[in-house]
Design a protein around this ligand. Structure first.
Ligand SMILES: C[S@@+](CC[C@H](N)C(=O)[O-])C[C@H]1O[C@@H](n2cnc3c(N)ncnc32)[C@H](O)[C@@H]1O
Length: 195
């Protein structure tokens, strides 16, 4: 989609998102953990980084994006950059977040292997929030939503398959929740790297 079309849509998308995203639930679940520095994969506008920062979950954050319209410094502690620029960033991340991104990624194994392999060390946390494909009616509804709003045919990963894949990559489940908001089925899982 062209930049001129994406920008006006962005404001509307954000308001809609706030209505259907169970962000208060997952923020509350994450509050018992304290993170320093977050790597947010598929950060988009940086909405999740700002949410985490404004709620004192993190002190610093870098978002990675494939779309260059999103590359910007959000404040002195948060910015969204390209994958290429990420390789120049020094230091570690103790939280990697992946919010509503995996259903857009074709090869999830390769994506997770690449980022978790390079940026997660022992005891690091990975937070995944995605659309739950468990119920065929709500799954179809959300697929239609993404076709309209993102112009994309999505491909969700179930909680079971994600857990299996993460276990193969050396992570265990610390917390797992799911919730339906209106017609949208969500899940979120916090993983921790095995020591
Ligand atoms: C639904 S948006 C979610 C944005 C943000 N995580 C949020 O929750 O507000 C999905 C984002 O993932 C990005 N994306 C998809 N595949 C990606 C990849 N392989 N690497 C980085 N970003 C990716 C898209 O460009 C898009 O901005």
């Amino acid at each position: 989609m062209s930049n001129s079309l994406i920008k006006p849509l962005e404001k509307y998308r954000k308001s809609l998102r706030m209505l259907i995203l169970p962000y208060k639930d997952f923020l509350s679940d994450l509050k018992q953990f304290k993170f320093e520095r977050c790597l947010d994969l598929g950060a988009g506008t940086g909405f999740i980084l700002e949410l985490f920062y404004d709620n004192n979950l993190i002190n610093e954050g870098i978002g990675v994006e494939v779309q260059d319209i999103y590359y910007k410094k959000l404040n002195d502690h948060l910015s969204v950059i390209s994958d290429k620029s990420l390789s120049e960033i020094k230091g570690k991340f103790d939280l990697i977040s992946i919010v509503d991104v995996l259903h857009h990624v074709k090869d999830k194994t390769e994506f997770l292997k690449k980022y978790l392999g390079n940026y997660a060390s022992n005891n690091n946390y990975v937070f995944v929030k995605d659309m739950n494909p468990r119920n065929p009616i709500f799954r179809t509804y959300n697929r239609f939503h993404d076709l309209v709003f993102a112009g994309e045919k999505i491909n969700e990963i179930s909680t079971q398959n994600l857990t299996k894949l993460m276990e193969e990559l050396g992570f265990k489940v610390i917390m797992q929740k799911e919730k339906r908001v209106f017609l949208y089925d969500h899940y979120w899982i916090l993983f921790q790297k095995n020591v």
